[in-house]
Design a protein around this ligand. Structure first.
Ligand SMILES: Cc1cc2nc3c(=O)[nH]c(=O)nc-3n(C[C@H](O)[C@H](O)[C@H](O)COP(=O)(O)OP(=O)(O)OC[C@H]3O[C@@H](n4cnc5c(N)ncnc54)[C@H](O)[C@@H]3O)c2cc1C
Length: 435
């Protein structure tokens, strides 16, 4: 009998798992990929920056996996709402959790609840057209923005806010976000890191991009830049950090910049309070220094006037009802991907929110190996029972063929050179399917 596997989540981790299972040797396998959204591919659609279309092309390979005979996509099905994890575990030989880490970590400073503070999961979700965040409707009527964090997500946010409409023409920035960003009077974005330029997490390609923008200059205080990356790094890290440092030195030589907008790299500064009344009016920060690799406060404070604060300090998972959860590490506790009998975890819910898309591939391969080793042949009914359950509950399942229709409608509606004009509500997607 076929081995019946349900994968919960159609992001990179889910699809890499499906790919590894479908290409692996051994018993026949049937793979059902379930996602709460109508649209597949997780953060490839909803996280990766709209102007980084080349990165999103990995979804083409996932699409080929989705079209394999043994694979089925169940979009618009939320585990925990439309079907429980316990039910899935009864029906499938194996269930793989690939639900990611969709929420923001908090800064935990006073004033964080003011209007105008939006974590990057929400803010990026909003400008990428994730249906959960459409109502965010951020007020961008400000000249200055503080982005807390110096990783690639922080760089994405800063870049998307300062690029011209022409620079975004080849992106899939949805209409609502394009209109709001283009109408905003933003001239200065401050990217703020608690630690120094050597500790910053951004990669060099993304950093260099900040030096090539049409109407925006990077601004770096040369006094914050060491001459070398120092001791204690392995060769690879030292090489990568040295590249970043060289790029930052090059930025620093440009002074305060001559273009209409600026992205300021502010290192050694830790937010201590969001200032203002009901709405953000500024940010109070404490200068830091590094002691034993950690940022410690120096007792010296300063303020930045800004009307928008986007903390980009990391993501967190939430428990899946029916699965164990480690509240401290914010992951499903697992032994190399094994969670319990017939239950596995991959991607950010397994490891925490770190790494790039390809970092999820080994998780998928490992989970597929474990599933085959642990279970051999299957004994549970799988797909047809899920279909009956969802039918009885009148869940409108979006199949992969449905998604292809939505995809085609988005592509057809685009104004070249934009690759697609995103549909952002389920109703608009259903209208395409029902027309
Ligand atoms: C803003 C941002 C930008 C990024 N940019 C890049 C980049 O440019 N290049 C790069 O290589 N990496 C990038 N990454 C990292 C990359 O996106 C992640 O490594 C990857 O998406 C993690 O994969 P995942 O499958 O674990 O989670 P996700 O991609 O988040 O997928 C999880 C899926 O599970 C679904 N789901 C959640 N709960 C349920 C439920 N209860 N029932 C059913 N389905 C559910 C979600 O809808 C989602 O589709 C970026 C990450 C972020 C946050």
């Amino acid at each position: 009998m076929s081995l019946n596997v349900a994968i919960v989540g159609s992001g990179p981790a889910g699809f890499y798992t499906a790919e590894a299972l479908s290409k692996g040797e051994g018993a026949d396998v049937r793979i059902d990929i379930i996602d709460r959204l109508a649209t597949p591919f997780g953060l490839i659609r909803a996280g990766v920056a709209p102007d980084h279309q080349t990165t999103k092309r990995v979804a083409e390979a996932f699409g080929r996996t989705a079209l394999r005979d043994e694979v089925r996509y169940f979009g618009n099905v939320k585990v925990g709402r439309d079907v429980s994890l316990d039910e899935l575990r009864e029906v499938y030989d194996a269930v793989v959790l690939a639900v990611g880490a969709p929420f923001d970590h908090l800064m935990k400073v006073p004033g964080e609840d003011k209007l105008g503070v939006y974590g990057s999961a929400a803010f990026v979700g909003w400008y990428n057209g994730h249906p959960d965040f459409l109502s965010l409707d951020p007020d961008l009527n400000t000249k200055a923005v503080a982005v807390i964090g110096v990783g690639n997500v922080a760089i994405d946010v800063a870049r998307v806010l300062v690029k011209t409409p022409e620079e975004m023409a080849t992106s899939d920035l949805p209409d609502h976000a394009a209109q709001a960003i283009q109408a905003a009077p933003i001239t200065d974005v401050y990217m703020i890191g608690r630690r120094g330029p050597v500790e910053a997490k951004f990669t060099n390609v993304e950093l260099r991009e900040m030096g090539k923008l049409e109407i925006c200059d990077p601004v770096v205080d040369p006094a914050q830049l060491p001459d070398t990356v120092g001791e204690g790094l392995d060769d690879r890290d030292a090489r990568l950090k040295a590249r970043n440092l060289a790029t930052l030195h090059e930025f620093a030589e440009r002074g305060q910049g001559e273009k209409a907008k600026r992205v300021h790299f502010v290192f050694y500064a830790s937010p201590v309070e969001v200032l203002g009344g009901e709405h953000v009016e500024g940010l109070r920060l404490e200068r830091t220094r590094i002691e034993g690799g950690r940022a410690v406060g120096t007792g010296e404070f300063f303020e930045i006037d800004c009307g928008l604060v986007v903390p980009s300090i990391g993501y967190r998972s939430v428990p899946v009802p029916g699965a164990p959860f480690d509240e401290r590490a914010c992951v499903v506790p697992n032994d190399d991907g094994r969670v319990a009998d017939g239950l596995y975890a991959v991607g950010w819910i397994k490891r925490g929110p770190t790494g790039i898309i390809a970092s999820n591939r080994p998780d998928g391969v490992t989970a597929a190996d474990h599933i085959r080793a642990d279970l051999g042949a299957g004994s549970k009914p799988g797909r047809e029972t899920l279909e009956t359950l969802l039918n009885e509950r009148q869940v409108r399942v979006i199949s992969y063929a449905d998604w292809q229709k939505i995809d085609a409608a988005e592509v057809a509606a685009a104004t070249p050179p934009a690759p697609r004009r995103k549909l952002v509500t389920l109703d608009d997607m259903l209208a395409v399917l029902d027309s």
